[in-house]
Design a protein around this ligand. Sequence first.
Ligand SMILES: [Zn+2]
Ligand SMILES: [Zn+2]
Length: 376
Amino acid sequence: MADKDYYQLLGVDRKATKEEIKKAYKKLAMKFHPDRAPEDKKKEYEEKFKEISVAASVLGDDKKRSQYDQFGNAAFSDAGGGSASGFEGYDFSDIMSQFRSGSFGNFDDVFDQLFGGNGQSRRGSRSARGSDLLQEIEITLEDVAKGKKELLQLNKLEHCPACQGRGATKFDSCQHCHGSGYLKRTQRTAFGLFQQTGPCPYCQGRGELPQDSCSSCGGEGVLRKKKKLEVQIPPGVEAGMRLRLAQEGEVGSGGGPAGDLYIHILVKEHPVFTRRGDDIEITVPISFTQAVLGDDIEVPTISGQAQLKIPAGTSSETIFRMRGQGLPSLHDSGKGDQMVKVRIEVPSKLTKKQIELIKELHEENPSKNFFARWFG
Ligand SMILES: [Zn+2]
Ligand SMILES: [Zn+2]
């Protein structure tokens, strides 16, 4: 054992991920389980099973793995007394008994135990909700006004189609509970022995046991797959909002419910419009004569163009409200307004004739001392 390479034993690359190591180990553990050994090869299978279990226990633990990568087998041979069976902290008979009788369903328990998991047995409650996913979508203010269909490209865990998420293709009735999924157990308590009926720990109450391991997913029942999903972003969404698409996250394990998909909305800054709630603000330049004489002007809106009447004698910075030209409300059928601030542009270049005319205007209407009434 001491001179065998753990990576070679498991048949994995030195850069293999934990998942790959787990998969490789599972495959080998099923193949070399002593219970499956032909009569004349029992010893050989048992030795092999111990070897791969030790290898997996080292490579499956980040700390031990890095020690192993640095120092090789020397990092562990002392602690383990130099022999595989003496490897500290691992009771192989227990690991083997958990694999016994083709009951590979609780592999995760065994693996957690071997890889220094938290030690909590998940037997009987192995179904878990899938993970939630978060996806960011950046949209424009025009998209906010109209709503948008967005095609998302997701890469998420899905049920393996080859085994319909069951992790195996062949199942046999569980011989522990005779297919019922329930088992009577005798429990020893301070008050004596009790008979208790509970879900069968060998088949997790399913009544059947896998007889092989699905080759597509390595028995995990799930695969990471690319998936397209069309999402309808409702009109009126606000930046920073999160839309929740129930059950569009990753699939759960052991028949657990899928997680949710959250869409985080980002809204691009608009070059012309500013959003304030459901209202839209815009500043529009007008000429001095338009301000003085009044005019009908075309103003851009989020959905096109609209007419705005500038009354005669309009001051700069006056704000006009264009009703219903804002954004749709997310909460009701109402719409916001567009607030138009006009700014009088003072021309910097004038023709001779224009200068003459303005001078004339000035003579007609000489500037008064505005502060005269306070400062006399
Ligand atoms: Zn059972
Ligand atoms: Zn599969």
